[in-house]
Design a protein. Structure first.
Length: 139
């Protein structure tokens, strides 16, 4: 007995404008800090962020069965370096990502594209951890 695979229909190719989020649109987004994140300034002026993180469902179930978890969310800490602290201080909920990249490029003498990529990667990582959120500018 043979099992035949169904042939998958090819999806229509998406145009670049429809793919994910365009560069200009993402640079116009306004990052905003989560109210659940605590900020602590350490020696040297760098920042430590404390935020809540959830366990993976499979791990939470295992830990609960073994009696190693009481159901509270895990509190995590993230120490930012000098550039991270500089970018963190720029997040005010009113400044778009593009303006943050321009300020970073000006202060550290970086090319504009490199500053955009650095700021975008930093903000993406903070967003994945739930430390910041993004909203579109209404104007």
């Amino acid at each position: 007995m043979f099992f035949a695979r169904r042939k998958r229909e090819k999806a229509a190719p998406r145009r670049e404008a429809e793919e994910a989020m365009g560069r200009e649109r993402s640079l116009a987004m306004l990052p905003a800090r989560s109210k659940l994140v605590r900020e602590e300034i350490l020696d040297g002026g760098v920042v430590r962020l404390t935020y809540l993180s959830a366990y993976k469902p499979w791990f939470a179930g295992l830990a609960r069965r073994m009696g190693a978890w009481d159901g509270r969310p895990l509190e995590r800490k993230l120490d930012l370096d000098e550039l991270g602290t500089f970018c963190w201080n720029l997040i005010d909920g009113a400044r778009p990502v593009k303006d943050m990249a321009e300020v970073l490029a000006e202060k550290y003498g970086l090319p504009a594209r490199e500053a955009e990529l650095s700021v975008a990667a930093f903000l993406r990582e903070l967003g994945k951890r739930g430390i910041i959120g993004f909203r579109e500018d209404e104007s």
